[in-house]
Design a binder for this molecule. Structure first.
Ligand SMILES: [Zn+2]
Length: 205
C-alpha cells in the first residue's frame, strides 16, 4: 500500500490508482470508499479526508460492507493490528461524527469563498438567478421558508439536504450563517449533498 497518500495530487490524464473494498472486493477510486485507520490510541476511526499518514483500509460506504468487514475482522487483519474491533453502532457513530466535522469544514470553505449563501433572502435570490445548486436547511427552520425550499426542490429540481438543527449550525459555523443556505458551486454542492445524506443514513445503522 505504499504511496496510498500521494494520489490526492491528481494530475489530469494520469489514471488514479484503484482501491479495493475489504469486504466485497469491489475495485474503484478512493472517492467511492470510506477509509479507516487505527488511531495511535488503538481506536478504529474513519479517515474522512483520506489523508491520515497511517496504513488505511477501504470499505464501500454501505452498511452491508461495513458490517461484513467487521464480521471478517478485516480492519485489524488488513492493518495488521491485534485488537478488538468496534461494534457496528460504535463505528457508525464515529463515521457520523467524522463526516460532520468534515462537512462543516467544507461549508466554512464554501462560505469564505462566497459559494455558500446564508439567510432566506440571499438564498432565494441565488435561486431566482439560477445559481443555487443545493439547498441546505436545518430540520428546525421556519415552516414558511421550509415550504418554499421544498417547492423549489420539487419544481426546479434543485437538490436539498437537511442539517440536524440551528444550534449545531451556529456552534460550528458562527452567527454569520443561518439555518437556511444555498450552495452555488457544483463541486461543493455535490460533496455536501453526498456527505449530508450519508450522515443521515449512518444514524440508522
Ligand atoms: Zn464493498
Amino acid at each position: 500500500m505504499s504511496g496510498e497518500n500521494s494520489s490526492s495530487d491528481r494530475t489530469p490524464g494520469v489514471k488514479e490508482p484503484e482501491r479495493t473494498c475489504a469486504a466485497c472486493g469491489k475495485k474503484s477510486v478512493k472517492d467511492d470508499f470510506l477509509r479507516f485507520v487505527y488511531s495511535p490510541e488503538g481506536r478504529l476511526i474513519c479517515d474522512v479526508r483520506k489523508k491520515l499518514q497511517s496504513r488505511g483500509v477501504y470499505v464501500c460506504p454501505e452498511k452491508d460492507c461495513i458490517k461484513k468487514a467487521l464480521k471478517k475482522k478485516a480492519f485489524s487483519r488488513f492493518l495488521k493490528i491485534e485488537g478488538a474491533e468496534p461494534s457496528l453502532g460504535e463505528l457508525a457513530e464515529n463515521i457520523g461524527e467524522s463526516l460532520e466535522g468534515y462537512l462543516f469544514g467544507l461549508m466554512k470553505m464554501a462560505f469564505k469563498s462566497g459559494k455558500l449563501k446564508s439567510g432566506a433572502s440571499a438564498v432565494f435570490d441565488a435561486a431566482d438567478k439560477g445559481n443555487a445548486r443545493l439547498f441546505m436547511i436545518s430540520g428546525d427552520a421556519g415552516r414558511s421558508v421550509r415550504e418554499k425550499i421544498e417547492y423549489l426542490n420539487r419544481e426546479r429540481g434543485i437538490d436539498m439536504v437537511l442539517i440536524p438543527d440551528k444550534l449545531l449550525i451556529a456552534e460550528k459555523m458562527g452567527k454569520a450563517v443561518t439555518a437556511v443556505m444555498a450552495v452555488t458551486d457544483g463541486g461543493f454542492a455535490e460533496s455536501l449533498k453526498k456527505g449530508w445524506r450519508m450522515r443521515e443514513e449512518v444514524k440508522t445503522w
